[in-house]
Design a protein around this ligand. Structure first.
Ligand SMILES: [Zn+2]
Ligand SMILES: [Zn+2]
Length: 348
């Protein structure tokens, strides 16, 4: 089968030919319907030296996956052949406290036999291929009939991660409250839709790209601002009447974090999602008193069911461009060049 491989650290992806996987006991092979590209894949390709991550190259890329059950290993009865399923991406041990909560993102131990792997496309073979091996049927979530499996693929990360961020602060998103969303790309535009679907808060969206600002409006943002404006913090203060109850930064550069801190008021929630690696000085006066700050990573298994249910009801709709597997490297080039609006999804 064809697959998109990370051949080595600090490398461009390769389109390769590799044997189809076969399922061992408890395992499942999917026929991939959609495999999303994530901005974090660009960091994965270019930012890490050998030894910086506890993973071995090469492996097949793609950690946002959905498809149809193709083959079952011995003892699997949770899913049936032909069933449409989404893959919960972080693969924990299933035994520790975090996995017990369905929060494999914070698993204390790697999965047996998976050599510190953290999930398909993240240290072991992922879904940018015709077929994908999933090591335990527990990582499969049924896709409701009303939802296209291709659309379900980006929801497994670009939907799940903002959903987790929103849920952590949803108690503050009361009617009339203000939520600032920084970055209206693959995750941010989903975050805006999720807030509008779940709450009656006002959303102030910020992005430096005109196409992303248009997507923010289309996604339901009440106010859309140009993040490149010199007086962006003053504009946010104006739009929020002095600051927001909740600020979510989907970018994470020094500049966006400065805007995020400037957008808070007393007792705000400030959540960092973006992987750009920026930082900001923390002191007694900034962010404002009693602001609760957190970073997050992905979401829980039960939240993935909830995200798929929201999408099946038509309350959230991911924006994406599809690429055939033969054009997968073009998708990476377009993402690297900042040409995408929303997500890129490979459809083998
Ligand atoms: Zn991702
Ligand atoms: Zn675990």
């Amino acid at each position: 089968m064809k697959a998109v491989q990370l051949p080595n650290w600090k490398s461009d992806p390769l389109l390769i030919e590799i044997d189809e996987p076969t399922p061992g006991p408890g395992q499942v092979v999917l026929k991939i319907a959609g495999a999303g590209l994530c901005h974090s894949d660009l960091h994965l390709l270019h930012d890490f030296e050998e030894g910086m991550l506890p993973w071995r190259v090469p492996f097949i890329l793609g950690h946002e996956n959905a498809g149809y059950v193709h083959a079952l290993g011995a003892g699997v009865d949770r899913v049936s052949v032909g069933q449409a399923v989404a893959v919960y991406g972080p693969w924990g041990c299933g035994k520790c406290d975090a996995c017990g909560r369905g929060q494999d993102t914070y698993c204390a131990a790697p999965l047996d036999g998976f050599d510190s792997a953290f999930g398909g496309g993240l240290g072991t073979n992922g879904g940018q291929a015709e077929y994908m091996l999933v090591p335990d049927a527990r990582f499969l979530v049924p896709i409701p009939d009303a939802l296209d499996p291709v659309a379900a693929a980006p929801l497994t990360d670009a939907g799940l991660t903002p959903y987790h961020a929103v849920k952590l602060s949803v108690a503050k998103m009361v009617p009339g409250s203000r939520v600032v969303v920084i970055g209206a790309g693959g995750l941010g535009h989903m975050g805006i839709q999720i807030i509008k679907a779940m709450t009656a808060a006002d959303v102030i969206a910020i992005d430096i790209k005109p196409e992303a600002r248009a997507l923010a409006s289309k996604s339901g943002a009440d106010v859309v601002l140009d993040g490149g404006a010199e007086d962006i913090v003053a504009q946010v203060k104006d739009a929020t009447g002095g600051g927001a109850e909740v600020v979510i930064d989907f970018v994470g550069t020094d500049a966006t974090l400065a805007t995020a801190v400037g957008s808070c008021k007393y007792q705000s929630d400030l959540t960092l999602v973006g992987v750009a690696g920026g930082s900001f000085p923390f002191n007694l006066y900034a962010p404002p008193y009693e602001t609760a700050m957190r970073s997050i990573y992905w979401g829980t298994r039960s939240e993935l069911r909830e995200v798929l249910a929201l999408a099946a009801r038509g309350l959230i709709t991911p924006e994406y461009t599809t690429y055939s597997l033969d054009r997968a490297l073009d998708a990476y080039a377009d993402m690297g060049a900042g040409k995408l609006t929303g997500r890129a999804v490979i459809t083998p």
